[in-house]
Design a protein around this ligand. Structure first.
Ligand code: HEM
Length: 445
């Protein structure tokens, strides 16, 4: 059987590599051995090799220059290649499902919602108000910081999207959203009881909640200063979206910022706990900001800009924990890459994890050292930084995500001290998560 699969995918010009078993390919090895599987294959076959993972023949690229080229050249037929389950559940107008001019338009509409002006005038005040409430009342409690940061990422976005209406829908929305997320990474077989089928149902429920909200707002004729308000005010906007597009845009925003923001926040708490000197420096930065303000003054853009060490902590956390292992693309036609011929329809896994531990880019790459990011002009603008992706699909929510995590850290470190209860396992691959939660004992600072 192993040979059969090799022969099936034997084609002149393909990169070296193994294809594993029919149907399953090398998915088990990939999931079980994780980064070591990738490193072993690289040692054997070089930085570009073929494999068969997650149901598709796949080219894995660990070559930083080729990765950059792929991300910069979507127009040459290198479009997003996310799994079918994700496309079905996130909707056909979702940003990863559209290419070319439609992508440009949807991305433009999204960027207008999260522009620097919007962050300053609308989003930051909303985030501040949310964080104050979300982080109240943790004193003298054992809390699961994984759960708290997940709720935070979702509910904070929901408040930015639906303003005060978010509090009326949030309780019904949250469980549906969690089911939707699980469904996006599942086998697309619509049989009752599967994660996929629950995800599809959750999407339907979320769509109907959002549709009802849109209809209520239209009927009331009130104007709203939130993302949905802006999306619905299409007469004055450059971007006119249909209701279906508005709904998929909202699901895109919620989904894209959810796991990235929550996991980065959780891992920042973990690293700060393990590195008291970093925590001390971070706290110093936030206490200085707090001292200059009255207790009721919200975090504003000037405060955010002064949080240089916080930004460094966020980048160092994303790097060391590798919150994003890479991104997926697929070829729309046969093409040549690095001298290899890649057939039409193959997946390309732009695997960027290892670049985070490259000793030429990061001295002592395995140590948690936020200070390395302080010379912002150097590290943040280097060509091989893929924490937020690159090229035409580079994360549009980067500054918004950093603003959320920074505001969370502000209230967390100025209000509380904490210690780990201990014993909680942390998984690093295929995604960073604490399977049984990450419990900390919190007391007031
Ligand atoms: C620390 C937080 C975040 C990280 C590490 C992160 C990371 C990434 C990465 C690696 C990509 C590239 C995906 C690809 O090329 O296929 C991406 C794209 C994207 N991100 Fe983020 N992200 C974060 C926060 C956010 C937030 C808060 C939003 C909310 C608006 C957001 C919205 C998006 C969207 C819509 C895309 C797709 C862009 C496109 O296809 O044009 N992200 N993000």
């Amino acid at each position: 059987l192993l040979r059969w699969n090799e022969v099936r995918y034997r084609k002149k010009g393909l990169p070296p590599g193994t294809m594993g078993w029919p149907v399953f390919g090398e998915t088990t090895e990939f999931l079980k051995q994780g980064p070591n599987f990738m490193k072993n294959q690289r040692a054997r076959y070089g930085s570009v090799f073929k494999s068969h993972i997650l149901g598709c023949p796949t080219i894995v690229s660990m070559d930083p220059d080729l990765n950059r080229y792929i991300l910069m050249n979507e127009a040459k037929g290198l479009v997003p290649g996310y799994p079918q389950s994700m496309l079905d559940i996130l909707g056909k107008c979702n940003i990863a499902a559209v290419h070319g001019s439609t992508h440009k338009y949807m991305r433009g509409a999204l960027l207008s919602l999260i522009s620097p002006t919007m962050i300053r005038e609308q989003l930051l005040p909303t985030i501040d108000e949310f964080m104050r409430i979300h982080l109240s009342d943790w004193d003298n409690k054992i809390i699961d910081i994984q759960l708290k940061t997940k709720e935070m990422a979702l509910l904070s976005s929901l408040k930015q999207i639906a303003g005060s209406d978010s509090s009326t829908i949030s309780q019904a929305f949250m469980p549906e959203f969690f089911k939707l997320v699980l469904g996006t990474l599942s086998l697309p077989i619509d049989v009752p009881g599967t994660n996929y089928s629950r995800g599809i149902q959750a999407r339907k429920n979320i769509v109907s909640m959002l549709r009802q909200l849109i209809e209520e707002r239209r009927a009331s004729k009130e104007t709203h200063q939130d993302m949905l308000g802006c999306l619905m005010k299409s007469e004055e906007s450059r971007y006119k979206l249909t209701d279906e597009e508005i709904i998929d845009q909202i699901i895109t925003i919620l989904y894209s910022g959810y796991e990235t923001v929550s996991t980065t926040s959780m891992m920042a708490v973990k690293y700060l706990h393990d590195h008291p000197r970093v925590l001390q420096e971070l706290r110093k930065e936030h206490l200085a900001i707090k001292e200059k303000k009255r207790p009721e003054d919200p975090i504003n853009l000037t405060d955010l800009k002064s949080m240089c060490f916080t930004r460094a902590v966020i980048f160092e956390t994303s790097r060391l924990a590798t919150i994003v292992n890479g991104v997926l693309r697929k070829t729309t036609e046969e093409m040549e890459l690095n001298g290899f011929v890649i057939p039409k329809g193959w997946r390309i896994y732009v695997y960027t994890r290892e670049i985070n531990y490259d000793p030429f880019l990061y001295l002592e790459p395995l140590s948690f050292n936020p200070w390395r990011w302080l010379d912002k002009s150097r590290l943040e603008s280097q060509n091989y930084l893929f924490i937020f992706g690159g090229g035409t699909r580079q994360c549009p929510g980067k500054e918004l995500g950093i603003a959320e995590i920074s505001t969370f850290l502000h209230y967390f470190v100025t209000r509380y001290r904490w210690e780990e209860v201990g014993g909680d396992a942390l998984m690093k691959f295929p995604r960073v998560e604490a399977p049984n939660g990450l419990h900390i004992r919190v007391s007031s600072y």
